[in-house]
Design a binder for this molecule. Structure first.
Ligand code: SAH
Length: 382
C-alpha cells in the first residue's frame, strides 16, 4: 500500500488504506447486495497497477494565508484549497505540468484568481492525457479573455514539457463552482487530443466526457459489447453516448447504430470520431436521451439492442418506458452508480426486462466508486 500525505484531508481516495484485493472484495459485496433481487455479479475486474490511472486532472489555483501561490483541490465540502503536488491516482505527467504552470506564474506576472474578491486571472488548470497516443491537452481556465503574454507562456510551458500537444484557454467569469466556462480559444495545437480505445480512435475536446481510466474502460466496453451478442443484423441504440465510444466500438458487429447525447461538444466529437474511424453505419443526435427515445417510440421505430450509459444519477422512467415500447431483445446497462442502477433495474423489470448477468469493473481504484455492466433480456409473456 502506498502512503499519501493528503489522505483524509482531500477525501478523494476513501479506500487508500485498504489492501487492493480487499477493495475489490468490498466492491463486489456492495454491488452484489444492491443487485441481489436481480442477478448474480461476477467478481470485480481489477487493475494490475491500480495507481496513477486518472487521465484527467484538475487543479484549482489560489493563494495560501501567507500569500503564496498554491494549486490543488478543494478540501472536501469547502472552498479552501488543499495544496497538492503529487497524487497517487492521477497521471504523473499531468501533475508535473500543473506544478510547472504554478512555477511559471510569477515570471509572467500572472495573478491567480481570488474567489472572494473576484480579482485575478488564472482560476483552474485542467489536463487531459491520452493513454495510447501520449497526447496531452492543457486547459488554462482564466477569469477574463485577455491573456497578455499567452504565446510566450505557452512556449515556456512547452519548453519544460514538449509532450504537450495542445493548449486551450477557457474563459470562466462566473461565480459558480463549475470549472469550465463557455468561451474558448486555442492557444497551441489542434484544440483536442486523440486517444485509442478498442482499436478505434477518439477525439476528445476540453468539455466532452471521456472515461477517466482508459485501461479499465477497454475491459468495460469489451464486456458490454459481448453482452449485446451482436450478429451484424441489429439496429443498436447507444444512449448517453458521450463522444460515441461504445457505439463506434460496437458498430462493426451491427447493422446500424444510433447514438444520442445531451452535450453538444460531445456529439460533435462523436460525429468526427465516426468519420475518423471510417464508420458509416452510425448517426448521432443531440438530445435528451429520454425525450429522444420517446420520439423514436412514437414514430414506430424499432431497435434490437439498447446500450445505455447514463451519468451517476441514472436513467429515467421516461427513458425506460420508451425502451419498452421500442422493444429491443437486449438491453446493456453500463453504470457508474450502482444505487441508481438498482433503482432502474426495478423499472426495467416492471416493463418486462430481466437482468441476466452483471459484471463489475474497478474503474476507480482507491475510491469507493464502482462501475458495472448488466445484460437484460426481454421476457416473453406467456
Ligand atoms: N458512453 C459514454 C459516456 C458516458 S457518461 C462513454 O462511455 O464515454 C454519461 C453521458 O451522458 C455524458 O456524456 C453526459 O453528457 C450524458 N448525459 C447526461 N444526461 C443526459 C441526458 N439526459 N440525455 C442524454 N445524455 C445525457
Amino acid at each position: 500500500m502506498k502512503q499519501c500525505p493528503n489522505f483524509k484531508k482531500c477525501g478523494g481516495c476513501q479506500y487508500l488504506d485498504m489492501p487492493y484485493e480487499e477493495q475489490l472484495k468490498k466492491k463486489h459485496k456492495e454491488v452484489s447486495q444492491l443487485l441481489k433481487n436481480f442477478c448474480k455479479v461476477h467478481p470485480v475486474v481489477g487493475m494490475e497497477d491500480p495507481y496513477h490511472y486518472r487521465n484527467k486532472v484538475h487543479a484549482v489555483f489560489g493563494r495560501d494565508r501567507k500569500g503564496k501561490i498554491i494549486s490543488g483541490v478543494y478540501k472536501e465540502g469547502t472552498h479552501t484549497i488543499l495544496p497538492v503536488d503529487v497524487c497517487l491516482i492521477e497521471n504523473e505527467k499531468a501533475d508535473a505540468i500543473i506544478k510547472t504552470v504554478r512555477e511559471l506564474l510569477p515570471s509572467f506576472k500572472m495573478k491567480v484568481y481570488d474567489e472572494d474578491t473576484g480579482f485575478g486571472f488564472l482560476r483552474h488548470v485542467l489536463i487531459r492525457t491520452a493513454h495510447k497516443t501520449g497526447e496531452i491537452m492543457v486547459v488554462l481556465v482564466t477569469a477574463s479573455p485577455v491573456f497578455p503574454s499567452k504565446n510566450n507562456f505557452v512556449k515556456a510551458l512547452r519548453k519544460v514539457h514538449p509532450e504537450i500537444t495542445t493548449v486551450v484557454q477557457n474563459v470562466n467569469n462566473r461565480g459558480t463552482s463549475m470549472v469550465l466556462g463557455d468561451k474558448e480559444q486555442v492557444l497551441y495545437g489542434p484544440g483536442f487530443i486523440v486517444d485509442e480505445l478498442c482499436g478505434k480512435k477518439f477525439r476528445i475536446s476540453s468539455k466532452s466526457f471521456y472515461q477517466i481510466n482508459p485501461i479499465q474502460t477497454e475491459k468495460l466496453y469489451d464486456l458490454a459489447i459481448k453482452a449485446a451478442k451482436l450478429t451484424g443484423k441489429e439496429t443498436v441504440v447507444d444512449a448517453y453516448c458521450g463522444i460515441g465510444t461504445i457505439g463506434i466500438a460496437a458498430s462493426a458487429g451491427a447493422k446500424e447504430v444510433i447514438g444520442v447525447e445531451l452535450n453538444k461538444d460531445a456529439v460533435r466529437d462523436a460525429g468526427t470520431n465516426a468519420k475518423m474511424n471510417k464508420v458509416n453505419n452510425i448517426r448521432f443526435y443531440n438530445n435528451d436521451a429520454g425525450k429522444f427515445m420517446v420520439q423514436m417510440a412514437s414514430q414506430g421505430a424499432k431497435a434490437d439492442v439498447v446500450f445505455l450509459d447514463p451519468p451517476r444519477s441514472g436513467s429515467t422512467e421516461e427513458f425506460i418506458n420508451a425502451v419498452a415500447i421500442l422493444g429491443p431483445e437486449r438491453v446493456v446497462y453500463v453504470s457508474c452508480g450502482p444505487d441508481t442502477l438498482a433503482r432502474d433495474l426495478g423499472w426495467f423489470k416492471k416493463k418486462g426486462y430481466e437482468a441476466e448477468e452483471a459484471w463489475a469493473v474497478d474503474m476507480f481504484p482507491m475510491t469507493a466508486h464502482t462501475e458495472a455492466v448488466v445484460s437484460l433480456k426481454k421476457v416473453r409473456k406467456k
